[in-house]
Each structure stands twice: as structure tokens, then as C-alpha cells.
Design a protein around this ligand. Structure first.
Ligand code: HEC
Ligand code: HEC
Length: 372
């Protein structure tokens, strides 16, 4: 890494203004975004082009919701960096969380503010089956795939189950509903496999949405003029105020969960996510994970009231901010959880620094709507 940043090798000459120590200089280098998204060991279709194209269509398909009115793109809008610019999202009903920009999703280790999905392919079913979001069931999903996407699905993932057998495969149902719970376990597995595969196609698509290197990388790579003096001051504040201890690395998130005082009543967050993870057949510990199985991490006392550190890439474009969109301004978002509070001039510098965190957008066609 350091080889790529000649001026960092001798940090005494660190060209930052007002000047950073050698150690701080190395932290700047650690903020450089990698050239490619991390691998997805649980999804052997993660980098498969036909899978991405299938996911592209599914993402914009409103028929995959109870009344045909909600698609993934309802709350992850291409023109809104794949967020929705609302405090909390509106699907079939109002949900209680803020929709994250999906440009960061392929970079994150955990999905959702509380990490209740441990992969990008396991996440979609949570949206499909959420009564407030799309209120679709995995049985309906399988039937709809058969009607609309059969050929492309089967070319990728193999034959769909015998869905025409209505006694074995009712038209709708998910765990907790009699229609699904009464099915033979093997048939339930067959439906779960379809749901997992649709998720894998959606992951392949969302990997195409990953943000790319921007102005900050030009700076780290040696173009000292890429940042103005004010922006460099903001960078220095960001490091000195310890923001980097959580907003770390190229993603500007340590992908870990921290209780920073923004609790809900009743408190939920990371601690609650384990209830979902431990009951889910779709984690890296389960049968649908393609690579070597992994065990789930242990619960920690610190998970109470903790949310995942959000990426700060594109942060000027992703408001309102916070897991429930409670912050209407970036200044409020910083002051709302910085401990101790930053001073007025530090805040000013930080806001300037945020503007250089704009990442490059993904290329077309992925960054837009599919042709219909
Ligand atoms: C009703 C609005 C809505 C719809 C529809 C919706 N989402 Fe989301 N999405 C959200 C919200 C809100 C969150 C944050 C939820 C949370 O953390 O509890 C989220 C989180 C995510 C995340 C996690 C991102 C991250 O950085 O943690 C991914 C990935 C995602 N959605 C993809 C999808 C896909 C794929 C679909 C379609 C199958 C979809 N969403 C449908 C609102 C929506
Ligand atoms: C202890 C870890 C930690 C530290 C230190 C920290 N943050 Fe955060 N930051 C978080 C977490 C967690 C959230 C999400 C909080 C929530 O919404 O529940 C967050 C949210 C944010 C947001 C809102 C982003 C969004 O998309 O909603 C901004 C902006 C931000 N932090 C900037 C900063 C700055 C600037 C500093 C230093 C002054 C800082 N943070 C220090 C963990 C941290």
C-alpha cells in the first residue's frame, strides 16, 4: 500500500496543511479505497454477468410485491444514489429505518444498520417478506420467477421445483404461516433455494453498483492539489478527533457496531439482529452459502443499542442521516454522536472534507434504470 504513495514514505515531508505527524500521515493512506470490491465467498454467482443482468431486472420489478406497487427501486432510487432521500422509507407502509445508499453495500461485511443479514444475497428476502416493505412471500416469489424469469433462472441455477403441484407448493406463504409451515421440509428447502438464488442474482447486480475511487484517492496517490487547504484541515480534524477509529479504511467504516447514544425505544439494534441471524437458514453457517461454512460471531454486551458505522463515501448525497434519518443536516449528524462535541471551526472543516468523499459513480447501464 505504502509503495503506491511516494510522499507518505517519508512522512516528515507530508504535504498536508496544517501538517500531520508521520503516524497521522499513515492514517491518511489507510483511507484509500481498494480498486475492487471484496470477494463474496458465499455466492458463486457474485461476479457472473448473466446473474447481474437478471438481478438488474428483478430489482426494478414491482410485481414482486403484494399489490404490484413496490420494487426495490422504490426505496433505492438510481437518481438518489440508490437511497430515497427520506428520513425513513415508505413501502406499503412507513418503515422505521433510513434507506442506505446501495453504492456501499458490496463493500460492507454486514448488511442493514443492525447487521441482521451477513451477506448481500441473504438481504433481499428480508425486504420481500417485510410486511411494511413489499409484503411478498417466498412462495409467491418462486411462482413469479417461474412465470417471468424461468428460462434465465434455470440457465443459471438449474430446474425450478414442480411449482405446478399446488398441493405441495401453495400460491403464497412464508415461515410462520400455515401454508408454508405445513409443507414437506424438502419442499420448503426447494423454495428457500429459489429465494437464495434470486438473492444471489440481486447481489451480482448490486456489486455493479459499488462506488469507486474519487478525489480522496487522487490526493492519497500523490496529487496534493486534489484537496484545498480547507479540505485538508478537515481531513486533519477527522483524524485527530478520532473519527477514523470507527469510520476507518477505504470504506470509511470499520463494519462494526457501536452504541453512540442514538437509541430507539425499545432499544433494538445489533443485539436484536442476532435473533434474526440465528433463526435464518440463509447465513454463512447455512446450506445455501456456497463456500466453506462459517460460524456466526458471538453476541457481545456492546451490541446493545449499537448500529453499524455507516460509510462516509458520498455522505453529502445521502441525507437525511442516521439509522432513522433523525438528522436533517450533516452538522447535526456529527454533533449528534461525536463525543466530545467538535468545535465550530472543526465542524466547518469537517463539512469541507466531506465534499471530497464523493466517490465515482458506477458505470451505465448499472447506474440507471433498465430498458424495458
Ligand atoms: C420500503 C422501502 C424499501 C424497499 C422496497 C427495499 N428496501 Fe432495501 N432498505 C430499506 C431500508 C429502510 C433499509 C435499512 C433497513 C435496516 O437497516 O433495518 C434497507 C437496506 C438495504 C440493504 C442494506 C444496505 C446496507 O448498507 O446495509 C440492501 C443491500 C438493500 N436494502 C437492498 C434491497 C433490495 C435488493 C430490495 C428489493 C428486494 C430492497 N432493498 C427493497 C428500504 C427498502
Ligand atoms: C465510536 C464510533 C464512531 C466514532 C468515533 C465516530 N462515528 Fe460517526 N457514526 C458512527 C455510527 C455507529 C453512526 C451511525 C449512528 C446511527 O445512526 O445510529 C455514525 C454516523 C455518522 C454520520 C452520519 C452518516 C449517515 O450516513 O447517516 C456522520 C456524518 C458521521 N458519523 C461522522 C463522524 C465524524 C465526523 C466523526 C468524528 C468527529 C465520527 N463520525 C466519529 C460511529 C462513529
Amino acid at each position: 500500500m505504502l509503495g503506491l504513495v511516494p510522499w507518505l514514505a517519508s512522512c516528515v515531508e507530508c504535504p498536508l496543511s496544517p501538517g500531520l505527524s508521520g503516524k497521522e500521515c499513515a492514517v491518511v493512506a489507510s483511507l484509500r479505497l481498494a480498486d475492487t470490491v471484496p470477494p463474496s465467498p458465499g455466492n458463486r454467482f457474485a461476479d457472473d454477468e448473466p446473474a447481474a443482468l437478471l438481478g438488474f431486472e428483478v430489482f426494478f420489478d414491482a410485481r414482486l410485491s403484494r399489490d404490484g406497487s413496490v420494487r426495490c427501486a422504490t426505496c433505492h432510487i438510481p437518481e438518489r444514489v440508490f437511497g430515497d432521500a427520506r428520513a425513513t422509507s415508505l413501502g406499503l407502509e412507513l418503515v422505521d429505518r433510513n434507506s442506505p445508499s446501495l453504492h456501499g453495500a458490496a463493500w460492507h461485511r454486514w448488511q442493514m444498520w443492525d447487521g441482521r443479514a451477513d451477506s448481500l444475497w441473504a438481504q433481499p428476502l428480508l425486504a420481500f417478506e417485510n410486511p411494511k416493505e413489499m409484503d411478498f412471500t417466498r412462495l409467491e416469489l418462486a411462482h413469479r420467477v417461474k412465470v417471468t424469469y424461468r428460462e434465465r433462472y434455470e440457465a443459471l441455477f438449474g430446474a425450478l421445483p414442480a411449482l405446478e403441484d399446488g398441493a405441495r407448493f401453495p400460491p403464497r406463504g412464508k415461515p410462520g404461516q400455515a401454508s408454508f409451515d405445513a409443507m414437506a421440509p424438502a419442499d420448503q428447502d426447494a423454495i428457500n433455494l429459489v429465494a437464495a438464488n434470486v438473492g444471489k442474482a440481486l447481489e451480482a447486480y448490486q456489486r455493479k453498483l459499488a462506488f469507486r475511487r474519487g478525489l480522496l484517492e487522487r490526493f492519497v496517490d500523490g496529487d496534493a492539489k486534489a484537496l484545498t487547504t480547507g479540505e485538508r484541515e478537515g481531513l486533519a480534524v477527522f483524524i485527530r478527533r478520532g473519527c477514523v477509529s470507527c469510520h476507518a479504511g477505504g470504506l470509511m467504516s470499520d463494519d462494526d457496531f457501536h452504541a453512540v447514544g442514538l437509541v430507539d425505544a425499545p432499544p433494538r439494534a445489533r443485539a436484536e439482529a442476532f435473533v434474526v441471524l440465528e433463526a435464518s437458514p440463509f447465513t454463512a453457517a447455512g446450506a445455501f452459502h456456497d463456500g466453506a461454512k462459517q460460524t456466526l460471531p458471538m453476541r457481545r454486551a456492546s451490541d446493545e443499542g449499537a448500529y453499524r458505522t455507516p460509510t462516509l463515501r458520498n455522505v453529502t448525497r445521502t441525507g437525511p442521516w442516521g439509522h432513522d434519518g433523525r438528522f436533517a443536516t450533516l452538522a447535526a449528524a456529527v454533533q449528534g454522536h461525536a463525543d466530545p462535541m467538535v468545535t465550530g471551526s472543526e465542524l466547518e472543516a469537517l463539512l469541507l472534507f466531506f465534499t471530497v468523499l464523493d466517490a465515482s459513480d458506477p458505470p451505465l447501464p448499472w447506474n440507471g434504470w433498465p430498458d424495458r
